[in-house]
Ligand binder design. Structure first.
Ligand code: ZN
Length: 173
């Protein structure tokens, strides 16, 4: 396993639309293991493949306090979403920025596992937010895109200032 480098805003590779995974092979499983290790090493609760320069539809989340429950969603689709609320979000790819974003608070997602088997999962609260945040990455979208233009202006200024100062990152999605 290996820890992968994380792309940061405004890297244009974060803007690409990801393609579905077609081959559920050992190469995929090894890459997913690296994604999980990178998420854990970064103290994040979620990570998507495009954040490490891979434009395939893969995301991982782990909402446990001791990093013991990683979950993998490959080729995820939102089946239903319910409720609405604002939650503070941050992102490994937009270091130094934390903003509240409106999201569905309950979602049902269909996806495949690392062996290509289909499954559906109901997610609530922060887990629902994390999966929606990572699914945005798979469409080339960042959480700051969901802010009003004025809030986005200040958020991107913070991101640029943070990049210049090269701080470490806190808990991120
Ligand atoms: Zn993110």
């Amino acid at each position: 396993m290996a820890t992968l480098d994380i792309l940061t805003y405004p890297d244009p590779r974060l803007r690409e639309r990801c393609r579905p995974v077609g081959a559920f092979d050992d190469g995929l499983r090894s890459h997913v293991a690296d994604l999980i290790e990178t998420m854990h090493a970064s103290r994040a609760i979620g990570l998507s493949a495009p954040q490490v320069g891979d434009t395939r539809q893969i995301l991982v989340v782990d909402l446990s306090e001791d990093q013991s429950a990683p979950e993998v969603f490959i080729n995820p689709q939102l089946v239903t979403k319910l409720g609405f609320g604002f939650v503070q979000e941050s992102c490994l790819s937009v270091p130094g920025v934390e903003r509240s974003v409106g999201r569905a608070m309950s979602v049902r997602v269909s996806a495949r596992d690392v062996h290509g088997r289909s499954f559906e999962r109901e997610l609530e609260g922060m887990a629902a937010v994390a999966v929606q945040h990572e699914m945005d990455h798979l469409c080339g979208k960042l959480f700051i895109d969901r802010l009003s233009w004025l809030r986005r202006y200040f958020a991107t200024r913070s991101a640029n200032a943070h990049a210049a100062a090269d701080h470490g990152s806190g808990l991120s999605i």
